[in-house]
Design a protein around this ligand. Structure first.
Ligand SMILES: [Zn+2]
Ligand SMILES: [Zn+2]
Ligand SMILES: [Zn+2]
Length: 484
């Protein structure tokens, strides 16, 4: 029913371009070979004609515990609700500032009542994932049944922790890069380095910055779009980044094409317009991700009755449409108009929904308190005279890690198995948002590398239900054995 209400004029106007953008690109092999070459993963190969479509295969032997792949983020974002707890680089997601600033800022924002209220108000499906991942079960309930009573600190103490007045013992050993401000003047985006600040500006942020030097067409609308996403589902911010990324690549490619006659862009027999040829080229990284319309591929939540499925899905579609209208006001670009169609927007969001790609960076604050706890008795006793009040004030949230979602182009090609031979695992040296995949057991040359999209040590029926979110039926050896 809802389908009749929403009509996106761009869907009709650009229907041909849209179907060209959504058609799976035909020669994928070359793209993935280039990608593998660019990563630290010489022993891998992406096969695009495997048993289950795309898959990642070992090109050499990996022994147990060995790094199989380090995959860079194509588009990623920290969850809005996580920003209270963790101050990280907006580009690489490394923690920044200092241990003192991380703790002080967390306490300061908690005092403003941000932490608790944000967790409770949000109703996105992402919040459930959050609480699953951190293993804290009170994500859904708003009651004040805190597992551990927090002991508040005076404002002055918190402030002096934030501005360097208080130095915590041993914190120097956990030093973090100092923060670099966004050059657009938004004051929102912070970075671990000038490199990250510039890379973010070039790739995404110049269009999505809310500061004075923003290239968006309307900063007010942009603020509204961000607010709407924070109130409903922050997956929209990820989608906006994907669109900005494509627009910025388009502008760069067009400029180099016009300036350079030996451009790599070839016009195919004159039938495609230059705009379409360029658009297809810059869209390529996005085109490789498996995608469906978001409102059609989201698994029906347990608390929604089957007979309300149609209205649930049309509500999602309406939500996406509202978000898109706000985004259009903020950053619309005429040459890239098809990207602002509901059809493309829905598919981009669906791509993030269908590819289970969590962004996780371990917290140095957690490591710091664990380190203090592990000190020899007398040193620990001495250190805790200073650190204990802060730990008591932060409570159980001392261990919250940086969490978000991201699209990792190579990891996204890895198929699922309930008996995987590899898994995502952060080693001590992995301090940013890149995905690291290590071998769980020996992997031989020619084997497919598989990871588990779900918690795999549960019953067949539970696994089947969890995998429904990804829209497929598992036929791994374990499932074949256990299916009734
Ligand atoms: Zn960085
Ligand atoms: Zn900015
Ligand atoms: Zn299975």
């Amino acid at each position: 029913m809802g389908d009749d209400v929403i009509t996106c004029s761009l869907d009709l106007e650009h229907s041909e371009t849209i179907s060209a953008l959504l058609k799976p690109p035909s020669p994928q092999q070359e793209y993935f070979s280039e990608l593998v070459k660019a990563r630290q993963c010489r022993g891998l190969e992406v096969k695009t004609d495997g048993e289950y479509g795309k898959g990642v295969y070992a090109n050499s032997d990996f022994s147990e515990g060995k790094l199989v792949l380090k995959d860079q983020i194509l588009v990623g974002a920290q969850h809005s609700s996580n920003k209270v707890d963790c101050l990280v680089c907006s580009y690489c997601f490394r923690f920044i500032g200092s241990i003192e600033l991380q703790i002080g800022r967390k306490l300061y924002l908690q005092n403003l009542g941000l932490s608790a209220s944000m967790k409770c108000e949000s109703s996105s499906s992402y919040e459930e994932n959050d609480s699953l991942m951190t293993g804290n079960d009170n994500g859904g309930s708003c009651s004040s049944s805190e597992p551990k009573e927090k002991v508040p600190l005076h404002e002055e103490v918190i402030e002096s922790l934030m501005n360097g007045g208080i130095v915590l013992p041993y914190a120097k050993q956990f030093s973090l890069p100092s923060s670099v401000q966004c050059s657009g003047g938004c004051g929102e985006a912070l970075y671990c380095s000038k490199f990250c600040a510039e890379a973010d500006w070039e790739s995404f942020h110049s269009i999505l910055c809310t500061g004075e030097r923003s290239k968006s067409s309307c900063r007010e609308a942009l603020l509204k779009f961000i607010e709407h996403a924070n109130d409903t589902n922050d997956i929209f911010i990820l989608a906006a980044k994907a669109i900005s990324f494509t627009i910025l690549r388009y502008k760069k490619l067009k400029e180099s094409h016009l300036n350079n006659r030996n451009s790599s862009v070839e016009l195919k027999n004159g039938t495609e317009s230059l705009t379409l040829t360029l658009l297809l080229e810059v869209w390529k990284p996005m085109s490789m991700g498996y995608k469906k319309r978001w409102w059609e591929c989201v698994a029906l939540p347990k608390d929604v009755d089957c007979c309300h499925e149609a209205s649930f899905r049309s509500q999602l579609k309406e939500l996406a449409f509202t978000s898109l209208q706000l985004l259009k006001k903020a950053i619309f670009d005429k040459e890239c108009a098809p990207l602002f169609s509901l059809e493309i927007y829905g598919h981009i969001i669906g791509m993030f929904e269908l590819n289970n790609l969590d962004l996780v960076v371990e917290s140095p604050v957690e490591n710091y308190f664990l380190y203090i706890d592990d000190l020899p008795y007398s040193e620990k006793e001495e250190a805790e005279k200073t650190t204990r009040p802060f730990l008591d004030a932060v409570g159980d949230e001392y261990s919250v890690c940086c969490e978000g979602s991201a699209f990792f182009p190579l990891q996204a090609c890895m198929n699922h198995s309930c008996v995987p031979n590899a898994k995502a695992f952060k080693r001590d040296e992995d301090r940013d948002g890149q995905a690291t995949i290590i071998a769980l057991r020996p992997i031989s040359k020619g084997d497919e590398v598989t990871i588990s999209y779900i918690k795999e040590d549960v019953s067949f029926e539970e696994r089947k239900a969890l995998l429904a979110d990804y829209g497929f039926k598992c036929i791994c050896p374990k499932c074949l054995l256990e299916q009734p």
